[in-house]
Design a protein around this ligand. Sequence first.
Ligand code: MN3
Length: 202
Amino acid sequence: MAFTLPPLPYAYDALEAAIDARTVEIHYTKHHQTYLNNLNSALEKFPQFFEKSIEDILRDLNQIPEEIRTAVRNNGGGYYNHIIYWSIMQPAPAGEPQGKLAEAIEKSFGNFANFKAELEKAGMARFGSGWAWLSKKTDGSLVIHSTPNQDTPLAEGLYPVLGVDVWEHAYYLRYQNRRAEYLTNWWNVVNWKEVERRFVES
Ligand code: MN3
C-alpha cells in the first residue's frame, strides 16, 4: 500500500490570521503532494517498506537501501513533517497550551512567553531551509531544536510535538523575506489541543 496524503483539516483560507490561502493551497497541493509522490516512487523498488509506518522508516534510515536512502530521507521527511505541520494548525484564535503540556513547557522553558521566544529563535537561526521543533526526549522532557531541509526529529531519537516550516515556500507570498513576522503570526493558528495530544500520547 502506497503512502497517501491526509486531507487538509480546514479550508485553504482558514489560516489567514497567519498564512494566506494561496500559500496554503500551493504548499499542500504541490509541495506536500510532491514529497509524497517522490517517496512512493522511491519505495516502489523495495515495496516491503510500504508495510512499515513512516515513523518507523524515518527513525532508522540505515535500514533503507543506499540507492534510495537520500530520496527517502528528503521526501519521506517532507511527507511526514508536513503532516505534523497541517495537523497542529487551526483557524484563529489559538489560545494557549493547557494541562500537562503547559506544565512541561513551564518546567523546561520557564513560561509560555519564553518558550515562544526560544522557538522563534530556533526558526530564525536555521540558515536556508528547514524546520523549528518542540520535541519530546525519551525521558519525557521537552527540547527546542531545528533541523535542516526535511530532516526529522525522529532521526535524532526525538519525537516531534510541534513543528513550524521555515522554508521560504511556507511564507514568501505574504511575508517575502520577513521570516520573523511569519513566525510571530504563526502562533495565531496553533492548535494546542493537538500539540498536547501529541505530547501526552507519545
Ligand atoms: Mn514546506
